[in-house]
Design a protein around this ligand. Structure first.
Ligand SMILES: NC(=O)c1ccc[n+]([C@@H]2O[C@H](COP(=O)([O-])OP(=O)(O)OC[C@H]3O[C@@H](n4cnc5c(N)ncnc54)[C@H](OP(=O)(O)O)[C@@H]3O)[C@@H](O)[C@H]2O)c1
Length: 351
């Protein structure tokens, strides 16, 4: 099969470099499906892993990056029960396995979902990794409660005022799903951060009630909007820079979650003083540790696909490249590295 590997000699942060390789199709475990990959999307993780291949492993040819994928099931492991041959699925893969920069990919059925019927392969490929991250952050870590049922119908009116959430880095891939889930599914008052006119209007179009600039004094900006505190904070960018201010704005007994590792110690005492909680979200943990509940990722992907088909949520693809080539992968990585992308970058077709 055709795949794209990192060029270990030419690759650098400034010059993402890939080359085409011929590889055997992946071997299937009992719960794996083999996917003919139609479209993929890239994530900041791809850049981080690309640099790891170059600097520590030195063997780009054996490492295929890429986690988000969407395609058709063409083979099944002996114990597969969630999918049939011909099913169209979307998934974010596993951190330790060969990725989606390849014509065929093996994926555990428990971490894949049926793609939204109303979306193309391309638009569906944008969704899985960021959807899983945003969902687990909101519903598993911050313990936010949905206000809609599985069909997308509103549950009975709330007996208490809507809680609030600050989403730091609202226009990125994860933020684009987090804003929608927080507003449309959880019924929260959503304040997002974005720093440019285009990213501000993107956050608003996804449902943010308010947008403040993460490069300015955003604690004051949120207070000027009438929120002395927020019930939840979701940090999707630069935990080191935003943590102290997030503690200041978080309500007593509030909950905070970050998906981005810190580089210096965090002042947990600021949370203790508020009896507040802090969680990390790491979306690959379930698949890496094979936790007993890893099939929850299958269920949440199916649920989000259903809500998209119902029109409750929308897709987040903004830049599309075709076909998938080393040159297009390079362009996609350069765009990601700018840290200024809005929504998601998608590549399609291995023809
Ligand atoms: N733990 C996990 O499971 C997990 C899962 C997914 C991603 N991640 C990590 O989470 C981070 C975000 O992922 P992503 O896919 O959403 O990234 P992304 O799409 O690349 O995010 C781009 C956005 O970041 C915003 N941004 C840039 N600098 C910022 C700053 N200093 N403060 C706040 N926002 C800033 C930009 O907004 P403006 O243009 O408006 O400035 C831009 O819209 C990455 O580091 C990624 O590796 C972790």
């Amino acid at each position: 099969m055709k795949a794209f590997a990192v060029d270990p000699v030419k690759n650098s942060l400034e010059e993402p470099s890939f080359f085409q390789v011929e590889m055997d199709r992946p071997h299937l475990g009992p719960r794996d499906v083999l996917v003919e990959v139609k479209a993929i999307s890239v994530n900041p993780l791809d850049v981080k892993r690309r640099m790891l291949v170059t600097t520590t492993k030195g063997d780009g040819a054996s490492t295929i990056l890429g986690w988000d994928g969407c395609g058709v099931v063409i083979e099944k492991g002996e114990d597969v029960s969630l999918f049939q041959l011909g099913d169209e699925i979307y998934y974010a893969g596993e951190i330790t396995r060969q990725g989606s920069y390849a014509q065929y990919q093996a994926v555990d059925e428990r971490i894949a979902g049926h793609k939204p019927r109303s979306l193309s392969f391309e638009r569906s490929a944008a969704l899985a990794l960021t959807t899983i991250t945003a969902w687990e952050s909101l519903f598993d870590r911050l313990r936010v409660v949905p206000i809609v049922n599985k069909a997308g119908d509103r549950l009975s009116p709330l007996s208490h005022p809507a809680k609030s959430i600050l989403i730091i880095g609202g226009a990125g891939g994860v933020g684009s799903m987090a804003i929608q889930l927080a507003r449309q599914v959880a019924g929260l008052k959503v304040i997002a951060t974005a720093s440019r006119p285009s990213s501000i209007s993107w956050c608003e179009s996804l449902g943010a009630h308010h947008v403040v600039d993460h490069n300015q004094n955003w604690v004051q900006a949120v207070r000027d909007l009438g929120f002395q505190h927020v019930d939840h904070v979701l940090i999707l960018n630069d935990t080191d820079a935003h943590f102290d201010a997030a503690c200041e704005l978080l309500a007593p007994q509030g909950l905070m979650c970050s998906i981005v590792p810190n580089q210096k110690p965090l002042n947990m005492d600021a949370l203790r003083a508020k009896s507040a909680g802090f969680f990390w979200e790491a979306m690959f943990v379930r698949s890496k540790e094979k936790t007993p509940d890893m099939v929850e990722q299958h269920h949440l992907l199916n649920q989000v696909a259903a809500w998209i088909d119902r029109g409750l949520l929308r897709d987040t693809g903004t830049q599309f490249y075709a076909p998938i080539t080393a040159a297009h992968l390079r362009q996609a990585h350069l765009a990601l590295q700018s840290q200024r992308t809005i929504g998601k970058i998608v590549l399609s077709s291995y023809e």
